[in-house]
Design a protein around this ligand. Structure first.
Ligand code: DGT
Ligand code: CA
Ligand code: CA
Ligand code: ZN
Length: 581
């Protein structure tokens, strides 16, 4: 882990322990500080060296008390107060709170009553029926815990794309600067932009594999070398496993195709090779029509192509397939027929319809968000702060009066702004699809995003379809409500949702926040097929979150989306027409 990620994890753990002990306010201060430290581009170590505790205090949301704890950690390797809290409540806080519905307070109660410290102990206690006996818990909670444990366990093994991708970018930049490296690419799920990543795979072409492995072992972001051989190595870095493979430049294309996967895609491509008397593996594409036993050895028969990935697809008489599509969901047939989509590109995005400001739970004000959107090169931005209603806690959402006030503020900012600023809202979708904003206000707003924030168990199709059919709703935000590694969201009959969206010209969101990526690629593919409009939005809660757009675009690409399918590719007047302005 980087120093900042390490410190952020400790601050989060502090927050959990304080919350477990019923301390007011402080837990939230620690969590906000943890987020800021995690996102801060300068390492806390460097800050301390250059300006001491005061420089650390310069990080947003970090005050004197927290800054002094960070300094204590940098000096001594531990935080006294956290050690004391851990001693009082010696539990695997992270693992236990990963179970949906189990918060720090439940962890404390279960520990005090039953001595539960680990996920295994929690599971055993639930199976034995002893959790229902603890005051404040019942048979229903116990059953719920039992059901949610497998998801919690599995989710702890995969990293979010939003964590893994920046790390992968840094590995690639590192290898690009190593002089024995000829080519470098990420492969595996990270090249396919899957929402979660088991490990980061990197492929390097070099004539001197050992020097590349040695350089990798010396990379300053490596925390532990798991294994290192002559042409491959695995390390742990920033909490991620990174697998390196080094091949000769002549075989780079074949290795790139093979290690990009998915396994299912590779099987389909390999079968096409076999049908044509060819053999495909990580070393190349070979003509084995004159070979008696093609399975006898790795490089058998006559080499057709190995240095170029595009050359492999070409030799199989098919178009090159963008990595995001390689999930065996029809891309092989489409590549043979020449009917692959022309996938949307990041630079085709002209604006964002779903961002938050200090009016609700955002960190930056309207002016700052507008300026940041203009800096990205957008033509328009819709401010979509939370409305009150189901799922909004702690007074975060705006009521109709406040929305009216904000609308006036947005109008006057729009007058001065270099881009179009639309007055929007993120309304909540109730249990039966009702929209949590009054009709009078809805009629005045330019853009209405409606999203589910509560009641995310079971099937959500009816309520989402009801929201789609509401005449004032322009976009349904994060339609399943999933939070990656935290909760699966509600079930959706995507075909029904997509048909309704197409019929009512309501857009379905690809929420680009790396914790959501909702809808996901598979659902987008169904939506695009049905002709439903797609909207890619960052759900930014601060100016630097506009960079999430790339996760949304690549998720939409996983769903075969072209620019024509995505309303954010419309120019200003096109968007006004879509919004009925
Ligand atoms: P992950 O790491 O779980 O997010 O998913 P991947 O797809 O990155 O899987 P990983 O790291 O195990 O392997 C990287 C790629 O290598 C995988 O996408 C396809 C290829 N590969 C690995 N094992 C096999 C295999 O047994 N057969 C075939 N055809 N390909 C494989
Ligand atoms: Ca992988
Ligand atoms: Ca791997
Ligand atoms: Zn939301």
């Amino acid at each position: 882990m980087t120093r900042n990620a390490e410190v952020a994890a400790l601050l989060d753990e502090m927050a959990d322990h304080l919350e477990a002990r019923d301390v007011d306010y402080k837990p939230n201060s620690y969590r906000r500080a943890a987020d800021s430290v995690r996102g801060h581009t300068i390492s806390v170590e460097m800050l301390r060296e250059e300006g001491g505790q005061d420089a650390i205090k310069g990080i947003d949301d970090v005050g004197d008390a927290i800054a002094s704890k960070i300094v204590e950690y940098l000096d001594t390797g531990s935080i006294g107060e956290l050690e004391a809290l851990r001693e009082e409540l010696p539990v695997e806080m992270d693992a236990l709170t990963a179970v949906e519905g189990v918060g720090p307070k439940s962890v404390a109660k279960l520990h005090d009553a039953l001595g539960i410290e680990t996920l295994d102990e929690l599971e055993a206690a639930a199976e034995a029926g002893s959790i229902r006996e603890v005051p404040g818990f019942g048979p229903k909670t116990e059953q719920n815990i039992l059901e949610k444990i497998p998801f919690a366990r599995q989710s702890r093994q995969r990293a979010l794309l939003g964590e893994a991708r920046p790390a992968a970018d840094r590995v690639v930049a590192f290898f690009e600067a190593v002089d024995t490296v000829e080519r470098v690419e990420v492969t595996g799920s990270i090249r396919r932009w899957r929402p979660t990543i088991g490990d980061v795979d990197v492929l390097v072409a070099s004539a001197d594999a050992e020097s590349v492995v040695a350089a990798f072992e010396g990379w300053d972001e490596v925390d532990e070398v798991i294994e290192a051989g002559t042409s491959k190595a695995s390390v742990r870095s920033n909490g991620l496993r990174i697998d390196l493979r080094v091949v000769v430049d002549d075989e780079f294309g074949a290795a790139l195709q093979y290690f990009t996967g998915s396994k299912e895609h590779n099987i389909a491509v390999r079968n096409r090779a076999i049908e044509r008397g060819l053999k495909l593996n990580e070393y190349g594409l070979f003509d084995v029509s004159d070979v008696t036993n093609p399975d006898d050895g790795q490089r058998v028969g006559e080499l057709v192509v190995a240095d170029s990935e595009a050359g492999i697809y070409e030799a199989l008489d098919m178009s090159w397939i963008p990595p995001e599509l390689r999930e065996n969901r029809g891309e092989v047939d489409a590549a043979v027929e020449g009917t692959l989509p022309e996938l949307i590109e990041l630079d085709e995005i002209r604006g964002d319809l779903h961002v938050h400001t200090t009016w609700s739970d955002g960190a930056d004000d309207i002016e700052a968000m507008v300026e940041a959107a203009a800096d990205v090169g957008y033509d328009y931005l819709a401010i979509a702060d939370h409305a009150t209603g189901p799922g909004m806690v702690g007074g975060v959402g705006l009521d109709d009066d406040a929305l009216g006030e904000q609308l006036e503020a947005i109008r006057s900012i729009d007058d001065e702004a270099p881009i179009d600023v639309f007055a929007g809202v993120e309304a909540n979708i109730g249990a039966n699809g009702e929209i949590s904003v009054g009709d009078g206000v809805l009629a005045e707003l330019d853009c209405v995003v409606a999203s589910p924030h509560s009641g995310l168990d079971g099937d959500g199709t009816d309520r989402i379809v009801a929201a789609i059919e509401h005449p004032a709703v322009d976009v349904v935000g994060h339609p399943t409500g999933r939070l990656l590694n935290q909760r699966p969201g509600h079930d959706l009959d995507v075909e029904r949702v997509a048909a309704a969206a197409a019929a009512h010209d309501t857009a379905l969101e690809v929420n680009a926040d790396p914790h959501r990526l909702d809808l996901d690629g598979g659902a987008v593919q169904l939506a695009v097929e049905a002709g439903a409009p797609i909207s890619i939005n960052t759900d930014a809660h601060r100016t630097d979150a506009f960079e999430y757009a790339r996760y949304g675009v690549h998720t939409a690409r996983r769903g075969w989306a072209e620019a024509d399918d995505v309303i954010n590719c419309l120019d200003g007047s096109g968007m006004r027409a879509f919004l009925g302005l």
